[in-house]
Design a protein around this ligand. Structure first.
Ligand code: ADP
Length: 170
């Protein structure tokens, strides 16, 4: 089945989906943008779980395009799925890495049994992926990925991203 795709202009930390996705960096130890907002709103349990993942599985950091879950602390969601988007300039705009973030996050969501998942516009902030291109890749990848997730909610933080993402569905 393909999930229903919805779009919301708002803050991902406020979403009531089973899981929210974090546009993390490879260190898993927090950063700016949506990553900082998730750690601030969710509290220290998320960082503690990330530190444990670093210590056990990801000593060198989580590779770009992969995803891993932690509990969500004080957030309304049950889980945070951390994925590392590509830096636009470093990746040379290789869209397979950005697509992999969405695909791998949905795979982890299926492992967790999450039925509703909220995504931010991965890589479109500090990592500077052009939002039109990122929106096309995001929506197309979700449409093409087999998953038991029933709703994928794109949570866009500003009007421009919201308009760009919604224009992907005809
Ligand atoms: P990246 O490093 O992957 O580019 P950023 O966090 O810098 O990640 O930005 C990714 C997107 O998340 C940007 O479009 C930014 O506007 C958006 N964003 C920032 N804060 C939030 C939030 N609280 N909820 C949803 N999206 C957010």
């Amino acid at each position: 089945m393909s999930p229903t795709i919805t779009f919301v202009l708002g803050d991902i930390t406020q979403q009531d989906t089973d899981a929210i996705v974090n546009a993390a960096n490879s260190s898993l130890l927090g950063g700016g943008g949506v990553d900082g907002a998730i750690h601030r709103a969710g509290g220290p349990d998320i960082l503690a779980a990330c530190r444990a993942l670093r210590a056990s599985y990801y000593g060198k950091g989580l590779p770009t395009g992969q995803a891993v879950a932690t509990p969500a602390g004080r957030l309304r969601a049950r889980w945070v799925i951390h994925t590392v988007g590509p830096v636009f300039q470093v990746s040379g705009g290789d869209e397979s890495l950005l697509a992999s973030c969405y695909r791998e996050s949905l795979r982890v969501a299926d492992e967790l049994g999450a039925r509703t998942v909220a995504f931010p516009a991965i890589s479109t902030g500090i990592y500077r992926w052009p939002v039109e291109d990122a929106a096309r890749i995001a929506v197309a990848t979700v449409r093409q990925t087999p998953t038991d997730v029933e709703e994928v909610r794109f949570v866009l933080f500003d009007e421009k991203a919201y308009e760009t993402f919604t224009s992907q569905v005809g």
